[in-house]
Design a protein around this ligand. Structure first.
Ligand SMILES: Cc1cc2nc3c(=O)[nH]c(=O)nc-3n(C[C@H](O)[C@H](O)[C@H](O)COP(=O)(O)O)c2cc1C
Length: 334
């Protein structure tokens, strides 16, 4: 019985893992495969140090990529075992992954992998997520609450969240490092990274999404004019602390939440501007009424006109994120 997938299977899975969302599409990850184990590394050169001063968002992004890899391998007929932070002398080495052939590939495995390609960040206003009360227990059953706790905030929390969002923008007003990164990484792409202009929204649309990060605006006719305001559910994922282990695992849960919401037909948008600064993070924490610390918020809702026709945001070529250290291919199962 072979215990390692072929190089070709690894390439396909790492390609899907590379579709993971990341702060400003910075894609701070790289992988190596030695013929039996796959290793995930953080790329500190891709840390947005003025925006993500704690480095938590880099780890969240890498955690999403790690879970996307798990999903991609499950669809290819492999279960994975993950050793997180296996080398105390190199904390950029986030995980070593080994493989066992799966007994079965379910439709659910294939659907989740397919959802990776459909998921995208939608910054337009959403209607309240239809059928949420049936979906929420299903969603909660898909992850381990010791990895991250989930709260759902509704319209009654909106004024406080909008206030936290506004306060963040004010606190950042004269933060030239933050604005330099924002303008470098958004509104265009450079070498297949960054947020393209087509993924941004107009100033008028921004006013209807009162909790969104203030990004550079695009131009064009108003989209979703039937939604005069955003009525998304706002999901908050929190952890006991901010250790690297906790944040990486929270990123893995974030991946699960985004993919399950995509499978259920909801539009999603991660939000982190209100968890970057201590004052706004404290407001979000108070809204959850928890002792845990919020790591990320996710707007989830129903989109009357899905953005399916918009081209997917670009990603780095596989050759930049995957390196074969050992035999390039094995004769293992695909
Ligand atoms: C940790 C993290 C933080 C993010 N923060 C924001 C944010 O505050 N506002 C926003 O509009 N998008 C945010 N995003 C979405 C990214 O900009 C988006 O994932 C990236 O541009 C790739 O686009 P895609 O998700 O459509 O593939 C965040 C994503 C991650 C993973």
């Amino acid at each position: 019985m072979t215990t390692a997938p072929t190089g070709e299977t690894i390439e396909k899975a790492v390609f899907l893992a590379g579709r993971a969302p990341s702060l400003h599409n910075s894609q701070p990850w790289r992988w190596t495969f030695d013929g039996s184990a796959l290793r995930l590394f953080a790329v500190p050169d891709r840390l947005l140090s003025a925006t993500d001063t704690s480095g938590r968002q880099l780890l969240l992004s890498c955690g999403i990529a790690l879970d996307h890899l798990r999903v991609a391998m499950a669809a290819a007929g492999w279960r994975i075992s993950v050793a997180r932070f296996p080398n105390p002398n190199n904390l950029d080495h986030l995980a070593t992954i080994t493989f066992q052939p799966a007994q079965i590939v379910t439709d659910g495995d294939r659907d989740r992998a397919e959802a990776i390609l459909r998921r995208h960040t939608d910054r337009l206003p959403f209607a309240a997520p239809a059928g949420w009360s049936d979906f929420e227990p299903v969603l909660r059953a898909t992850f381990d609450p010791t990895d991250a706790v989930l709260d759902v905030l509704w319209d009654d929390s909106r004024p406080a969240l909008a206030h936290a969002s506004e306060m963040t923008a004010s606190l950042r007003r004269y933060d030239s490092g933050y604005h330099a990164e924002l303008h470098w990484w958004t509104g265009h792409t450079v070498a297949d990274a960054g947020v393209p202009r087509e993924a941004l929204i107009t100033q008028e649309e921004q006013t209807r999404v009162d909790v969104g990060r203030k990004l550079p605006t695009s131009t064009g006719p108003a989209r979703r004019p039937e939604l005069s305001a955003d009525h998304s559910a706002i999901l908050v994922l929190s952890t006991d602390g901010d250790t690297q282990q906790e944040v990486l695992r929270c990123g893995e849960v974030l991946s699960t939440v985004l993919l399950e919401c995509t499978l259920a037909g909801y539009a999603t948008c991660p939000l982190t501007h209100v968890t970057e600064l201590a004052r706004s993070r404290a407001v979000v924490r108070e809204l959850t009424d928890r002792s845990q610390w919020p790591q990320v918020l996710i707007r989830v809702g129903s989109a009357p006109q899905p953005e399916d026709e918009r081209p997917a945001t670009p990603r780095l070529p596989l050759s930049e994120i995957l390196q074969f250290d050992g035999p390039a291919t094995t004769s293992g199962q695909n």
